[in-house]
Design a protein around this ligand. Sequence first.
Ligand SMILES: [Zn+2]
Length: 227
Amino acid sequence: MEKTKIEQLYENEKARGFVNHLIHSYLPIHKVTKVWNFEKNKPHKCSICGHELIDVETIFERVQKSKEFAGEFVDQMKKDLEGKPTKFEDRFMVKHVTHGAIMAWTGEKTDTMICQPCVQELLNMVERGLLIGDKNITYQVNKMQRGQLFSSFTSSSSLNSDEIKVVEKIEKKIENSPQHKATFGDLEILQNLKKKMEEDEANKRMNTGEDVLFESSKTIKLEHKKS
Ligand SMILES: [Zn+2]
C-alpha cells in the first residue's frame, strides 16, 4: 500500500518535529475548524500535501455568483440522472465554485492549513501509531493529554495566580522527568486544588440558583403534562 503524504513526512527525520506540531494542533478533533477567510499574501496550499485550498468566504461569494449559471447546473443534474458522466473540471461546483481547490481546515496554535483528506490521514496515522505502540506518537498523545489536564487548572477562575504558578511548576517538572510522572507530593497538591475548584464551582452554581431553576422547570413540565 502506498504511503500517505503525512506518513512520508513522518518517516523523514527532519520533518518529525513538524509532524509533532501538527499532532498537537489538530488533535483532538475538536481543535479542527474550517478556515473562514485566508490571511492575505499567504499561500493557500495544504501544509501536508500541497493541494490548493479554498476558504468559506470564497465559497459563499462564488456560490452567489454561480446563480447566473443555474441553467448549467440543471443540465448537469439531468446528465447525472441519466447516468452520463461529467468530467471533473466541468462539474458545476468545480467550474464555478472550488476551481478544483479543497476546503481548508486549521487547528489550534498553528499557522498551517490542511485539506480535509489530510486531516483524516493525520488522524489515521496517530491512531495506527497508538495501536502499534509507536514511541513518539504515544509520547505526543500522552503529552497532549497531560497538557489538557494542566490547562484545566491554569485556565480555572477558581484558582489564584499563586496556585496557578504552583501548577505550572509541577507541569514543567513532570515534562522534564524521564517517566513523566508526578511525585506523590505533587499529586496531593493537584488533588487539593482540584477539590478547591470543584467546591468553588458548586458554590457558584448555588449562588446563581442554577440547580434551583432546573428543579422548578422540571416541576412546571410535570404539571403541564397533567393538565
Ligand atoms: Zn492535503
